[in-house]
Write a protein that binds this ligand. Structure first.
Ligand code: A3P
Length: 290
């Protein structure tokens, strides 16, 4: 129910861009002190890496594949972003298991996670497709600045002048600290190529005992086509003051390799150089196309 006139802008806070009107710096700093339960689950992503996909998978795993049990509320209501202003109140009072989502950098996380309380699922996606998806999202999301054109957004992304900041810093910090947490690293591309195996992996990590049939149902109701038709999974109902549904959709394309339709040869070469330089350590590989 946000007023239509709200103005949003990126505001740096401890070298991380928050969005005014959506995030509150003091509350973000307070997250470190949140009390963590062993049953807590945090889905961590850089924006546009498959966050809402993992939300849908998680809601179905918790419902043992029963899509009718997940119909009542949008996934973002049951699994909200912790960095949103006012999110603590609900976190404190919610019953277990609490499933939460975040795009924050590692340095902001609840300290309990570093003491191996709770569980963290980090979903990563190849950054070329992240960039293209984010470019489109900037046109769709009212709280983000509409890009002048693809070329200028390309530069902005590489400079980290977006929400989430530098993709390389985000993934490197989370991944390198993985051993200090109960941590599952999974990629968007793994999920595209074999969603059933990804569901097996997630269930094993979370100690969720689903039958083969229940897992099949999780897979079926998490496909791009089925999520696109499912109002609680596709976020079509999010207020138009946040998302301008005439200009885009969360469920946009859902593929690997769309970057090839946008990157020039020179941009691609440059991106590869930056990737090689920044991702030397840790050495992470990605599927760039299929
Ligand atoms: P595209 O813009 O490339 O289509 P996030 O939820 O982190 O914002 O990520 C959104 C991206 O995940 C979008 O990418 C969206 O289409 C994709 N996505 C969401 N659900 C998906 C699914 N079931 N299968 C494949 N891609 C999905």
């Amino acid at each position: 129910n946000e007023p239509e006139t709200l103005e949003y802008k990126l505001v740096p806070h401890r070298d991380f861009n928050l969005i005014s009107g959506i995030h509150c710096p003091e509350e973000v700093d307070e997250i470190q002190n949140w009390e963590i339960r062993d049953s807590d689950i945090f889905i961590i992503t850089y924006p546009k890496s498959g966050t809402i996909w993992m939300q849908q998978i998680m809601s179905l795993i918790e419902a043992k594949g029963d899509v009718t049990a997940t119909k009542d509320q949008m996934n973002c209501v049951g699994m909200p972003w912790i960095e949103l202003a006012g999110s603590k109140k609900d976190f404190v009072s919610a019953p277990s298991p609490r499933i939460r989502v975040s795009h924050l950098q590692y340095k902001f996380i609840p300290l309990g996670l570093k003491q191996k309380m709770g569980k963290v699922i980090y979903v990563a996606r190849n950054p070329k497709d992240v960039l293209v998806s984010y470019y489109h999202f900037h046109k769709y999301a009212s709280m983000l600045e509409t890009p002048e054109d693809f070329d200028s957004f390309f530069e902005k992304f590489l400079e980290g002048k977006v929400y989430g900041n530098c993709w390389f810093d985000h993934i490197k910090a989370w991944y390198s600290e993985g051993d200090s947490m109960n941590f599952l690293y999974i990629t968007y591309e793994d999920m595209i190529q074999d969603l059933r195996s990804a569901v097996d992996q997630i269930c094993a990590f979370l100690d969720r005992d689903l039958t083969a049939q229940q897992k099949e149902s999780v897979v079926e109701h998490s496909t791009f086509e089925n999520m696109r038709k499912n109002p609680k999974a596709n976020y079509q109902a999010v207020s138009s003051s946040l998302l301008d549904h005439n200009k885009g959709a969360f469920m946009r394309k859902g593929t690997i390799g769309d970057w090839k339709n946008y990157f020039s040869v020179a941009q691609n070469e440059r991106f590869d150089r930056v990737f090689k330089e920044k991702m030397k350590d840790p050495s992470l590989t990605f599927v760039w196309d299929i």
